[in-house]
Unconditional design. Structure first.
Length: 249
């Protein structure tokens, strides 16, 4: 008698990538401190170094921009902002591609922290944050501002108190605005806003914030080309430090 056997072969999925942290909120451990960690925004790519804020408001923030002392030039081209540049332990930009990859998975909030040269601190938070893909120009998505990033009630341009990111000039908003660099003009101004104001940003026509502008060390005579947050310091003051970060919720 001949007995037949059916062999069942089970292929288990490779779960190793799913265990790797896509962002700072997925890093596990006890007593985590702020610092540089490896994350994996794209499960098929190598690790990316990022600064994680593990302390502010219970931590888990992925920091994608830091301005500290002007040691890094932020007036850069499209590919530099796509791929990232600088040193996450100092000044850097994480990279638009990584920001897109991370924020396209789940809900995220944005927090921006700023200081001036007198030691004053302000912050802006947006309950909704993300950016689209490169094919669409890395468009910005933000909603629901809260914070302290204003000097007083600002009725110019109908700006919400302290909000220099969502609302732009002439009743435009930055929502759905594409990212602009000096070699990729995606704004709605007749000229390239990145060239005019020495930065790279989600400009409209042009801006009320320019956090990737030149490090000019406080008050300056040139208009709006420094690290600007209009509702706090206007267009002739370049901030001392900035930290932009997001977190999943």
């Amino acid at each position: 008698m001949i007995f037949g056997y059916i062999l069942f072969v089970c292929f288990l999925p490779d779960l190793s990538w799913s265990l790797l942290p896509r962002e700072c909120s997925e890093i596990k451990g006890d007593n985590l401190t702020s610092g540089v960690y490896n994350i994996y925004p794209d499960a098929t790519a190598a690790a990316v170094q990022v600064y994680c804020d593990m302390e502010t408001k219970n931590g888990s923030w992925t920091v994608f921009q830091r301005r500290l002392n002007g040691c890094i030039n932020f007036y850069r081209d499209w590919n530099s902002y796509k791929n990232g540049f600088g040193n996450p332990s100092e000044e850097y930009w994480l990279g638009n591609e990584a920001i897109h990859e991370i924020t396209s998975h789940g809900n995220h909030e944005l927090r921006i922290e700023m200081t001036d040269f007198d030691g004053n601190f302000k912050y802006a938070e947006y309950r909704v944050f993300g950016i689209g893909d490169e094919a669409d120009g890395y468009p910005l998505l933000i909603f629901s501002y809260t914070g302290t990033a204003g000097k007083d009630k600002c009725i110019i341009f109908n700006i919400t108190y302290g909000d220099s990111l969502y609302k732009s000039i002439h009743s435009h908003t930055t929502n759905s605005m594409k990212f602009t660099t000096y070699d990729r003009d995606n704004d709605i101004h007749p000229y390239n806003c990145a060239k005019i104001y020495s930065g790279a940003w989600w400009y409209t026509d042009c801006h009320l914030s320019n956090l990737n502008g030149k490090y000019l060390g406080g008050y300056h005579k040139s208009a709006a080309d420094g690290i600007e947050w209009y509702t706090w310091k206007g267009h002739n003051y370049s901030l001392k430090t900035v930290k932009m970060m997001f977190r999943k919720y």
